[in-house]
Design a protein around this ligand. Structure first.
Ligand SMILES: [Zn+2]
Ligand SMILES: [Zn+2]
Length: 338
């Protein structure tokens, strides 16, 4: 099969990704073999390609927003059959036995493993997934539309919960890419006033089209104080900017897996009055279930830009340069070989 591999992490323009010929993977006893139909392009893939995240599997195939069809099942798998449509997301495995897993915080499991980082992901014709971590997708959503929901959507949902947005509250979103534009739709469906601060003119236009109350530059102040904010841009300089925009008692959630260093915080204007600064770490399978159900109910839809699988590098370059609004999705149009 054809698959992309990160051969030597570095700036994506320098060619750290190679499109190679590899054997179709063999699923483990508790795993599914999945014929990839579509795979979303997430900023985390760029961080893995460029070496912002440490190498966990040399030569890894990125991609953790996979929509595909089960092509084979391991011998211990029950409840999935060949031909089922499934989604493969970032969280791939946990130990299921630690204190975090026991209290429903499997996203914090120290033994957790991730698709497209610890194990090969969806920038390929086939991938594998433990059956217990494969997601059932709402019918009525096509493959390309469903792909960005599997990381961008789920993380946006978790970030929104971490930001403790009150009903009808005032929400600020810093950065407006794949995750933020899905998060905005959920918040709007729940009656929030949403203010977007982002550098891209196309992203600001999309924000207003979706019904956001305002769209301004990344460092601009929103037109009203915020109850909650989510920082999607991986830019630490925006942390004090977003904290200053909060009303008393407001909460800022940092959604990214990677953030540049934050400058020193000024206590009186940025933290005092019980403002809270929180991070978001991965997500749980329960987040995924809840989000996919909400997305189906509220008609949350990703704005997508498709690329053939063979053009993954161009998709990542375009993501890095901010050349599209919404989310990029790779489409594998090679037929199943199984
Ligand atoms: Zn655990
Ligand atoms: Zn992701």
């Amino acid at each position: 099969m054809r698959a992309w591999q990160v051969v030597r992490p570095g700036p994506v323009e320098g060619g750290p990704l190679r499109f190679t010929e590899r054997p179709v993977p063999v699923p483990g006893a508790d795993e599914l073999l999945v014929h990839v139909r579509a795979c979303g392009v997430c900023r985390t893939d760029l961080h893995i390609t460029e070496g912002d995240l440490p190498v966990r599997r040399p030569g890894v195939t990125p991609g953790h927003e996979v929509v595909g069809v089960v092509a084979a099942t391991g011998e211990d798998v029950r409840g999935h059959t060949v031909g089922d449509r499934v989604g493969v997301a970032w969280l791939r495995r946990t130990d299921g036995s630690c204190a975090y897993c026991a209290r429903g915080a499997e996203n914090l499991c120290p033994a957790s493993r991730y698709t497209g980082w610890d194990a090969d992901g969806g920038y390929a014709e086939y991938t594998t997934v433990p059956a217990a971590f494969a997601h059932r997708l709402p019918p009525g959503l096509d493959d390309v539309a469903a792909a960005p929901l599997l990381c961008a959507g789920i993380i946006g949902y978790r970030a929104l919960r971490r930001a403790s947005l009150p009903p009808g509250g005032r929400l600020g979103l810093y950065g407006f890419g794949g995750s933020a534009h899905l998060c905005a739709q959920l918040a709007l469906a729940q009656g929030a006033a949403v203010h977007v601060m982002t550098r891209g003119a196309a992203a600001r236009r999309l924000a207003l089209e979706l019904g956001c109350a305002s769209a301004n530059g990344a460092y601009d102040a929103p037109p009203e104080p915020l109850d909650s904010a989510v920082l999607f841009a991986p830019v630490g300089d925006l942390v004090p900017v977003a904290l200053r925009a909060l009303d008393r008692g407001g909460v800022l959630a940092v959604a990214g897996i990677h953030l540049t260093d934050t400058p020193p915080l000024h206590y009186e204007s940025e933290l005092f009055y019980e403002k809270e600064l929180r991070s978001v770490t991965s997500s749980t399978r329960a987040d995924a279930r809840e989000f996919l159900a909400l997305a189906a109910r509220h008609g949350v839809r990703a704005t997508t830009h498709t690329y053939p699988l063979s053009e993954a590098r161009r998709a990542l370059e375009d993501l890095k340069a901010g050349r599209f609004d919404g989310a990029a999705v790779l489409v594998n149009d090679s037929p199943a070989r199984h």
